[in-house]
Design a protein around this ligand. Sequence first.
Ligand SMILES: Cc1cc2nc3c(=O)[nH]c(=O)nc-3n(C[C@H](O)[C@H](O)[C@H](O)COP(=O)(O)OP(=O)(O)OC[C@H]3O[C@@H](n4cnc5c(N)ncnc54)[C@H](O)[C@@H]3O)c2cc1C
Length: 405
Amino acid sequence: MRRNTCVIAGGGPAGAMLALLLARAGVEVTLLEKHDDFLRDFRGDTIHPSTLQILDELGLAEDFHRLPHRKTYEMEIQTDDATVPVANLRGLKGKYQYIAFVPQWEFLDLLTTAAKRYPNFRLIMEAEVHGVIREDDAVRGVRYRDTSGEHELRATLTVAADGRHSDVRRAAGLVPVEHSAPMDVVWFRLPREASDPRTTFLRVSNGHMMVSINRETYWQLAYLIPKGGFEALRSRGIEGVREPVAKILPFLEDRVGRLRGFEDVSVLSVALNRLRRWHRPGLLVIGDAAHAMSPVFGVGINLAVQDAVAAANLLAGPLAAGTPIPESLLARVQRRRTPPTVITQFAQRLVQNRLIRPALTEHPRPVRLPRDVSRLPLIGRLARRFIGLGVLPEHISSPVESHQV
Ligand SMILES: Cc1cc2nc3c(=O)[nH]c(=O)nc-3n(C[C@H](O)[C@H](O)[C@H](O)COP(=O)(O)OP(=O)(O)OC[C@H]3O[C@@H](n4cnc5c(N)ncnc54)[C@H](O)[C@@H]3O)c2cc1C
């Protein structure tokens, strides 16, 4: 029998989930991650019901719920004069009616630990992919460097899951179509005290927007600034960050001084884009590498996971069986995942243009929202489904062939 192999560039949610599903199906799979751990704060934290359902189907839900996490059943926006519920996940069909906030490195550790139980899985950390091997107009693997030097890894299928700045995508000559985003995000953390609010919420005030994520012992804060505005913010000194925090989150006023300077904050440039074509012969692009998601709705991780499940459902069987993987099969993955991607990005752009852009202009208009969006029956149901399960939620149908060790 011909032996098929798969190499995946990027150990984010898309790459880690696909590696686990392929390993479980008996495919020889290698996951290459350029960092030496999964500990990075810029990653989102939200595991939505669609992903919880996938973990359940994998038998990992119990392990997941043992990780330190917070459950959020309702999403709210706090304006200057009201707290507005925008989606209430209670009542969602299925077992999971909440978003679990888990530091992403814990989630990635869980997936890669599960994958390591299969002898046909290999994880190489500090392995940076910088090129693809091409033969007869097809991609036949990758070139990467790790601590021991330069390497080539040949594979039947190469998957680019290396995020929105994808090196593999660039090496393969694929260029995404960009849509503008009105904001960048400044990340930082401040200590949390027992008397602080317990919820995770979006605070909107004239000219300011702040996402406040409760991580029990500290707040992970995301301050939205106008696109490209970081240098202007920096020129005002760290007071430029402390001041709005104290103003719109007064319970943090006594602690903003803990931000010593710009060494305590990081800036993340928001991108929203999509590839026209997610494949080449021998190559598939998934997750943010195929479609960078805006942080709006916090669904990027979940879309990346859904891409991985769809890819495994279509490819794991033929890969494990040693049959050829024609490009038409890779095109089916794109066809399956394009509608959810397009619809989600459309909704993100709507929020960016209608809510965020006007709020971040020099002369912002006061933000007015309907009192309780979640109680308008149709909108409430749609918002619940859209945020909780997404469009066209996937279920695992890839085979289980490999035995755990
Ligand atoms: C400010 C901001 C906040 C966000 N918040 C949320 C949120 O709360 N919830 C949510 O669901 N989504 C959120 N998102 C979106 C989310 O982070 C992404 O959509 C999601 O992480 C995409 O997963 P991925 O696996 O495709 O890519 P990534 O998570 O980007 O993973 C790519 C991996 O590839 C590795 N890599 C990169 N280049 C190479 C290389 N050359 N060789 C080997 N490895 C490489 C990287 O180190 C990384 O581990 C946010 C996005 C932004 C910009």
